[in-house]
Ligand binder design. Structure first.
Ligand code: FMN
Length: 178
């Protein structure tokens, strides 16, 4: 299996990227690769038409061959972080056919208790527009209200959250196989 994982956060100590690293450890059989899209420019239709970025072409290629895409979505002001929205906008141009029937999993981590629930739903909405095959259940919300989900090295250490996340990944694996 080959799963492309996209963290909506570019910062080093990102809870969302840490979740994806935990997924790599918890489900090695899923072949999870974490995408580096730090070189993707701000979307501008003039740039799209005059000098379509090679980095976006490469990412489109990775999504096309991936068995699934796993998003970890940070929530900024009750919506997905702009860095992720920017990437998704690029990945809808010149068309969003690459998403058609693509299996998708969505998780999210926030520093508050809600686990980026609003932002996760926004990404579900976009994926539905793209006709992707997003897993509906189970959902996974990682709230970090200073109760020790992660250690200082950003390893997922909370046993209950780890167990729930493992179950999410097992369900996603089945969703992809179907
Ligand atoms: C500009 C900004 C807006 C935020 N708005 C929200 C919000 O609406 N809801 C929420 O749960 N957390 C919000 N947060 C806190 C984020 O959940 C927190 O920074 C989180 O750790 C970001 O994800 P990351 O750790 O993967 O970078 C906000 C943070 C920033 C910087």
């Amino acid at each position: 299996m080959n799963v492309l994982a996209i963290s909506g956060s570019l910062r080093k100590k990102s809870y969302n990227t840490a979740l994806l690293r935990a997924a790599q450890k918890l489900a090695p059989e899923m072949g999870i690769e974490i995408l580096d899209y730090s070189a993707v420019p701000i979307f501008n239709q003039d740039v799209e038409e005059s000098a379509y970025p090679e980095v976006v072409t490469d990412i489109r290629g990775k999504i096309t061959v991936a068995d699934a895409v796993l998003f970890a979505v940070p929530e900024f002001n009750r919506t997905p972080a702009g860095s992720l929205k920017n990437l998704i906008d690029w990945l809808s141009r010149p068309d969003y056919k690459l998403w058609n029937q693509k299996p998708v999993g969505i998780v999210g981590a926030s520093s508050g208790p809600r686990g980026a629930s609003f932002a996760q739903y926004d990404v579900r909405r976009i994926m539905s527009y793209f006709n992707a095959r997003t897993m509906g259940q189970p959902e996974f919300y990682c709230g970090n209200d200073e109760d020790g989900e992660f250690d200082a090295e950003m390893n997922l250490v909370d046993p209950k959250t780890t167990d729930v996340f493992k179950k999410f990944l097992a369900a996603l694996s089945e969703h992809i196989k179907k």
